[in-house]
Design a protein around this ligand. Structure first.
Ligand SMILES: [Zn+2]
Length: 291
């Protein structure tokens, strides 16, 4: 089954629930970055949530989540475009920690409780919008819910989980964002929160039910709802030699001249590991193009 997400709304538009199944794309991220179980779990949560945030975009817009924190993983960066292409990396991909007190992968300690969550939206109108909130828990989902509440004044319920099999491979992964729409009465907010919070962990639901549609049925129960959007999502990096060239240009003439002395350079993409080779002539051309 390919990864996909579905956005649904209650009939009266008092709230929306978006759920993404991200098993394949998180497994792809694990292969690319050779992440430990801890790093896979952390990166998996972030990739799942940013893929849902991508549904608010259009055209060439992008949304990114960045965490800079004091835990041993140090932080991560994930990004989605408007077409369901998601990519990301984690600062310390090989770190492992003992399980937490209930025997689960300890993402909270891996990320750490002290640090910041940055939400960067490049909407294509000049400088990007940047929202920053301090981390409240380090588990990513709660931190993002805190961001929605404090920066966007949207009460929300956020969950994400990645189940990793004994061989270290991703067997189930997903994310969910439930949002209360403006003007909704307090009792409806309570009903939604109660329902979403009483569910088993999301990765368990994905393993048991297998489809977003059946999870939505379980969440909405007798509340009438409609599907607003369904789209496929994937791990994809749009890098190219042309973009790698831009990175080199940003280094400036002086730095490039010292690279030129070595005769060649190679730019490795931090998101997908692709390598772009530039020979002496190409480097000279780039230096000559800088004013
Ligand atoms: Zn790339």
């Amino acid at each position: 089954m390919e990864d996909y997400l579905v956005k649904a709304a209650s009939d009266d538009f008092s709230f929306t629930v978006s759920i993404a199944i991200t098993t394949k794309l998180v497994e792809r991220a694990r292969e690319v970055h050779e992440t430990s179980r801890l790093a896979t779990a952390a990166l998996g949560r972030a990739l799942s949530l940013v893929s849902i945030m991508g549904t608010d975009l259009e055209g060439r817009q992008t949304v990114s989540l960045q965490i800079i924190s004091n835990g041993p993983l140090k932080g991560l960066f994930v990004q989605s475009d408007a077409s369901g292409n998601v990519r990301g990396y984690i600062k310390n991909p090989y770190i492992e920690l003992p399980p937490n007190e209930i025997g689960n992968i300890d993402v909270e300690s891996g990320i750490g409780k002290s640090g910041y969550l940055y939400v960067v939206k490049d909407l294509g109108f000049g400088s990007p919008y940047i929202g920053i909130t301090p981390l409240v828990k380090g588990g990513i989902a709660t931190d993002l819910a805190h961001y929605f509440y404090t920066s966007e004044q949207t009460p929300s319920v956020v969950a994400a989980g990645t189940y990793i099999g004994p061989n270290g491979r991703v067997e189930a992964s997903g994310g969910m964002i439930g949002r209360i729409l403006p003007g909704t009465s307090f009792d409806k907010i309570e009903i939604l929160e109660e329902r979403l919070n009483s569910l088993p962990p999301l990765s368990e639901l994905i393993r048991e039910l297998g489809s977003v549609e059946s999870i939505l049925k379980l969440i909405f129960g007798s509340i009438p709802y409609m599907i607003l959007e369904k789209r496929s999502i994937r791990y994809h990096c749009p890098c190219s030699k042309e973009r790698a060239k831009t990175t080199l240009i940003l280094l400036g003439k002086e730095e490039l001249s010292s690279i030129l002395e070595e005769g060649f350079t190679e730019v490795t993409c931090i998101f997908c590991g692709a390598r772009y080779y530039f020979n002496k002539e190409e480097l000279e051309e780039i230096i000559a193009s800088i004013e």
